[in-house]
Design a protein around this ligand. Sequence first.
Ligand code: ATP
Ligand code: MG
Length: 183
Amino acid sequence: MRLRSLRLAGFKSFVHPTTLNFKQDLTAVVGPNGCGKSNVIDAIRWVMGESSARQLRGEAMSDVIFAGTVNKKPIGQASVELHFENTFGKLGGAYNAYTELSIRRQVSRDGRSDYFLNGTRCRRRDITDIFLGTGLGPRSYAVIEQGMINRLVEAKPDDLRVFLEEAAGVSRYQARRRETQQH
Ligand code: ATP
Ligand code: MG
């Protein structure tokens, strides 16, 4: 799977619509402290379905919406769109037939959050299903942040197992089994 581009509008410090294109195999985001590097990572996690505001360094989900600066008023909505290629054919279920996919999430100040898959509104679950077992996803090891290597090295066996199961591609089936057992 390869990320092609990310479009942010009203997300954290990215008040103006901004598109980042990932043309190479390796992209480095560099810049001075506070310029928005981590906000880009937050956006990638958020659009893939992260539902914990704390994981995104905020207190409420509306904290991802541009909150205003001395010169600019706050705005009412944030939206992020992630465009990616299904390079190795590992996507969940019916989505594997697609060679390219775009997911979009938007949230407004009243807390309303909507997801779109290739432009059509869908559920959060439809989005998270795509990534289960692929190594990508809101909490996956594909996004390695500060302190994560330490956490992995020091992780309890049960926590470590979650990562191994994701790498082995079995987490998708476990999610299904849990769901079946609940019904
Ligand atoms: P560092 O190098 O210190 O890790 P960084 O480039 O990762 O910095 P970020 O944490 O991505 O920086 O960005 C921090 C900036 O984003 C701060 O200036 C903060 O005010 C701004 N910011 C975060 N959330 C919002 C928001 N909701 N509205 C407006 N600005 C925001
Ligand atoms: Mg940072």
